[in-house]
Design a protein around this ligand. Sequence first.
Ligand code: SF4
Length: 153
Amino acid sequence: MNFAHNRAFDVPDDDAAFERVAQFVMPDGESRVWNNAIMELGGVACGKTPQCDEAGCPWRRWCHAYETGDFTAPDVPTQPSFEGSRRQFRGRVIRVLGEYDELSLDELGPRVRVDYGGDTGEDWLRGLLSDLEGDELVSVAETQNGVVARLRE
Ligand code: SF4
């Protein structure tokens, strides 16, 4: 098991639990491809200190660690020091948008943080969305109803 397994799927450090998850997510007859992909993910992006954004990890949209900000793993029991809340909120934006076709900023903001407003209001959210657009994860458009955001196809 490598860090990517634990972080990406929220698998506890337990062989039986890992086996169950692997059975569930591994495509039938593709175990070799799957294992290679996980090894690659671990080598390129999800090492001891994960490089989620820096390496453009393709799993960010679905990753449990990216959403929650908890990047601990069995061999990395303490939170890596680089972790900042910005990444955590990026993950939340992605997760919330995954539940809707699109959302206006007024609809999205309060779903991303309960204290939406003030210094962490619309300008803050636009900044996050701009980063996510740059990473080609989200698209933002002006519509008759104002600015709306959605996940990129
Ligand atoms: S998003 Fe980050 S934590 Fe999740 S699998 Fe990718 S590199 Fe690892």
